[in-house]
Design a protein around this ligand. Structure first.
Ligand SMILES: [Zn+2]
Ligand SMILES: [Zn+2]
Length: 354
């Protein structure tokens, strides 16, 4: 049977949206050599190592696994059992996602909903949580939002984050995204009653598309009163060109900063260049050069930077979006302002047209 284009379009338009998973590398900043894994109360975890499996369950008393790096292997210790393998996989009883706590003793504990894989990579463990797209979006919106962020700006952020996850995969070798601002700042999945979870639910499956393609939407904490394009900060052009748009709130309430750099550090910084800004910030901390809009002045041996905004300054401005929402804009209006010439569309529709 010959399938005509019109018939194909009909099939595509009526097919259901397929659930998407996101693979997030977690705790990479800590270069962990040891991790502790626990099921949440009422849930069981199945830990698979080299063809063997163990069950962790709060009620059985066997409820904590110690995971360490042992040369080229991962070493799993549960009570008196010790298993070694090239990787450890953790699932629920049905092989699907489960609720678990992952911790680095004395440093961090986080609750995740998904499946977990742990592998050795040079001197540290790589932990990858595979989670449902909507869980990942909610975990970022919860990390980025504050208690006073209005629902419509949380919804706008949710659509931007979802678009980023759908279209921006492949940023790391062993997983799609890390949990830092390099990719997306991702913490725990929020409670379903939280404002972040509700904003994600209200925009479920919605993404931004430009010329019928979903793109990895960038956003920034605040801007200089107008947003920047990737070209202005030396980044390669993206699937979406971005536009420099006016941001009334930041123009009227600039988020000013000042920083002092040694002449040596300054030598590596080029004005309005995102790559050199990030290089310096990774070494000196995020307050060294908070944004791409600044002036430099020599003071004695040092260079003093005075600037406005937080982040790269491209795409949706979170401070401006919050102000727009407070003045009555809905999430579609906010997205239309910061991402001109785009449409908000259902995930399946845009993704299939890629
Ligand atoms: Zn990353
Ligand atoms: Zn702004």
């Amino acid at each position: 049977m010959k399938i005509t284009t019109a018939f194909l379009a009909l099939i595509l338009a009526s097919s259901p949206v397929v659930a998407q998973d996101v693979r997030v590398g977690v705790f990479g900043l800590f270069h962990p050599r040891q991790l502790a894994l626990r099921p949440l109360v009422g849930s069981a975890l199945v830990v698979h190592v080299s063809g063997e499996s163990l069950v962790l369950e709060e009620s059985s008393g066997v409820n904590i696994a110690d995971i360490r790096i042992g040369g080229e292997k991962v070493v799993l210790r549960v009570g008196s059992h010790i298993l070694r393998g090239s990787k450890i996989t953790v699932t629920g009883r049905n092989n699907g996602p489960a609720d678990f706590n992952l911790a680095i003793a004395g440093k961090i504990t986080r609750h995740y909903h998904g499946t977990l894989e742990v592998k050795p990579d040079s001197q540290a463990l790589t932990a990858v949580v595979t989670m449902d797209l909507e869980t990942a979006v909610a975990s970022v919106v919860a990390a980025e939002g504050t208690v006073d962020t209005p629902p419509e700006s949380l919804k706008a952020l949710a659509v931007a984050v979802r678009s980023y996850f759908v279209a921006g995969k492949g940023r790391h070798r062993d997983f799609d995204f890390c949990d830092t601002t390099h990719c997306q700042f991702l913490r725990e999945s929020p409670a379903s009653s939280s404002a972040a979870a509700q904003a994600v639910d209200a925009t479920r499956g919605l993404v931004l598309a430009y010329q019928s393609q979903t793109f990895a939407a960038m956003y920034t904490r605040s801007c200089s009163g107008r947003t920047l394009t990737p070209a202005e900060v030396g980044l390669p052009s993206a699937a979406y060109p971005y536009y420099s748009v006016d941001c009334t709130y930041c123009r009227q309430h600039p988020s000013s900063w000042q920083s002092r750099l040694s002449a040596e550090d300054d030598a590596t910084l080029r004005r309005s260049n995102e790559s050199s800004r990030l290089r310096l910030d990774r070494r000196l901390g995020w307050s060294a050069v908070p944004s791409n809009t600044f002036v430099m002045r020599k003071e004695g041996e040092d260079i003093v930077l005075r600037g406005v905004g937080q982040g790269h300054g491209i795409g949706l401005c979170q401070a401006g979006a919050k102000a727009m929402a407070e003045e009555g804009a809905d999430f579609r209006g906010i997205l239309a302002h910061y991402y001109p010439n785009t449409v908000v569309t259902k995930l399946g529709r845009a993704a299939r047209l890629r």
